[in-house]
Structure formats: C-alpha cells, structure tokens
Design a protein around this ligand. Structure first.
Ligand code: GDP
Ligand code: MG
Length: 331
C-alpha cells in the first residue's frame, strides 16, 4: 500500500477519531487479526462510541443483502449521512471490483469519502466473528460514522451473535428461501425488526409475502406501554433500487419507535451484555478445545468415556476442574 506507515496506539486512535481512511483500514485489519494493538486502540476509542446507529442485515446467501446495503447506502448518501459497512461474509466479500446489478456500482461507494466499506473474514479469531464485528463496529462508531450496516450470512445462532449488537435487525429473504421461513415459523430465529423480501421481480414474490405475513400474524407484537411494533415486510428489488426508499422509511420508523419508547437504551445495554457474554463463551470454548487437544491426560479421560470406564458427567467435572479450576457445584 502506498504511504504505508507504522501506526502507534496513539496515532492510530487519533487517526480513527479524525476519520482517516487509512487509519480505519489499518484498525479494522488489526481487529480482524486479533492483534493486541487492536485491543488497546478500541479501549482508547470506547468513550467516543455510542453515536452510530447500527443496522444488522442477515439472511441466506444470495438473497441480495450486499446489494440492498449498496442501494441503502446510495439512498442515505443523498442526504449526506456518513456510513460504515462491515460485511461478515467470507464467501462473497465486498470488493473494489464488484459490480452489482445495473445501477448499483459498489466501486462508486469506495470512492466516496463519506463511506467506508469493509469485508471481514474469520482468520483464527479467539472470540469468533462476534468479537471482530463488535470491535469493527466500535472503530467505525468512534470515527464518526452516523450509520453502520453489519452484514452476516445465515439465520442461525452464530449469525444472531454477530449482528446481536445491531440496534435494528433486518432479515432479508427472497422467493424460495423456504428454510428461513421455516426457521421463523419454528421460532428458531428471533423475529427481526424489519423484513425485506428481495428480488420482487421473481414471480413467487407475492406468495412469499403472504407466507411471511401469516407467520408474523401468529406471533405477538413487541410492546412498550400502549405502543407496539409489528415487523413491517417490504418487497424490494435491490439491483434496480426498487422500494429501497420504502425500506429505508421502515428502518427509520423502527429507530424512531425505539427512541420514542425509551427502548433504544435498554436494547443497547442488553446487546452489549449479550455480546460480552457471547465473546467470553467463544473464548472459553476455544480455550477448552485447545487445552483438551494438547493434553494427553485429558485425552485419556475422553477415551475412558468412550470405553465406558468413566461416565460422561465425571469426565466433564474433571475437565472443568483441570482447565478452568471450577470445582464442585459447577454442574
Ligand atoms: N433479479 C434480482 N437479482 C438480484 C436482486 N438483488 C440482488 N440480486 C442478485 O443476486 C445476487 C446475490 O446478491 P448479493 O447482494 O451478493 O447477495 P448476498 O449474498 O445476500 O449478499 C447478485 O448476482 C445480485 O446481482 C434483485 O432484487 N433482483
Ligand atoms: Mg453479501
């Protein structure tokens, strides 16, 4: 990279605060790599966070999450809102060369100083993707971005952990994403705040809309006093920008609902606590797996269980004692 320089904790934090793109890029790379400098910098920046509004997008691969983000970025940039994007989708990263659809050219956003877009991978992160996403959000927040989009692929538990830090959660579906509809129906997936059924140009879009509508009508609406929030469903066509303004209105309405009902603070507090817990759990799990695989004594314990010489719960107790020094009563 041209103009490469060695950043220190101080220059990097100051660079991020002033919105310097190279500082941002460097800080997020350090976050992605789990570099110790990243922890120091985020620690310094944390008091400057809380100003950004975070919108998390999740949904199956290929439904058009990245395309929708790109269309939404275009929409909010018309009002001058500064935007950060973190996409946690190692399978199809945002890239400078990407050309999505007819109207949405991501490369335009890469040239826009008010937009910072970044894809993140999994590179051996102790706290998993949830940790990297949280740290990247904090960096973008501290840099003064007013709005941050977080994209994650899938609709399972780990995806919820990744975007669990978002203020508003947008689920993106398309005609034919039956698995996600089943997950909604079975209550495996939490009810999102807003749902977009993208690729409305597809003939089965209306059928999908009715299906999702009927599932939502079964569940209770979120309630705060006499106000309530029912997740709106918007049909969109991201590649042509169709109904993107409407989708943005619904996202803004959800934000207004949270703010007016006093729930935004409560949600943020809950999200932060949840995120800390989820990262701590991921680290503990990593530590446990690492300890067991490198320790012949612990491996012998597992073999004893397999040979039915030791019962599973006794093995659990011994492992917890040895690895975490958690004694009796830890059940
Ligand atoms: N026909 C149609 N194609 C779309 C639409 N939105 C996205 N796509 C295409 O669907 C593919 C996957 O889009 P992408 O945004 O990468 O999906 P992601 O995996 O959910 O992020 C790309 O080829 C897009 O051009 C849409 O509204 N209609
Ligand atoms: Mg994507």
């Amino acid at each position: 990279m041209a103009g490469r320089r060695d950043w220190t904790r101080e220059t990097l934090a100051a660079g991020v605060r002033s919105g310097d793109r190279r500082a941002l890029a460097r800080a997020i790379t350090l976050v992605e790599n789990g570099d110790p400098l990243a922890y120091d910098v985020v620690r310094d920046l944390y008091p400057d966070t809380g100003g950004a509004y975070a919108i998390g997008l999740t949904g199956p691969p290929g439904v058009g999450k990245s395309s929708l983000i790109s269309a939404l970025v275009r929409h909010v940039r018309e009002r001058g809102t500064s935007v950060g994007v973190v996409s946690v989708d190692p399978s199809s990263p945002f890239s400078h060369g990407a050309l999505l659809g007819d109207r949405i050219r991501l490369s335009d956003h890469f040239l826009d100083p008010g937009v910072f877009i970044r894809s993140m991978g999994t590179r051996g992160h102790l706290g998993g993707l949830a940790e990297a996403t949280l740290q990247a959000l904090l960096v973008l927040d501290a840099s003064g971005k007013e709005l941050v989009f977080l994209e994650t692929v899938g609709t399972g538990q780990s995806e919820v952990e990744v975007i669990g830090i978002a203020d508003t959660v947008l689920l993106v579906l398309m005609p034919g994403s039956g698995d996600s509809v089943q997950a909604l129906k079975a209550g495996i997936m939490e009810i999102p705040d807003v749902i977009a059924i993208n690729k409305m140009d597809h003939p089965a879009a209306k059928t999908m809309l009715n299906e999702v509508r009927s599932i939502l009508s079964l569940g209770p609406a979120a309630r705060e006093g006499d106000r309530e929030w029912r997740p709106p469903i918007v049909l969109t066509e991201a590649t042509r920008g169709e109904n993107v303004a409407e989708l943005w209105e619904k996202l803004a309405a959800h934000r207004a609902y949270l703010e007016d009902s006093g729930q935004l603070e409560a949600r943020r507090a809950k999200n932060l606590a949840g995120e800390v817990f989820s990262v701590a759990s991921a680290r503990a799990k990593e530590h446990l797996e690492h300890a067991v695989s490198g320790d012949p004594e612990l491996e012998r314990l597992l073999e004893a269980v397999q040979r039915r010489e030791l019962d599973p719960m006794s093995a659990v107790r011994e492992i917890l004692e040895k690895v975490f020094h958690i004694g009796d009563g830890a059940r």
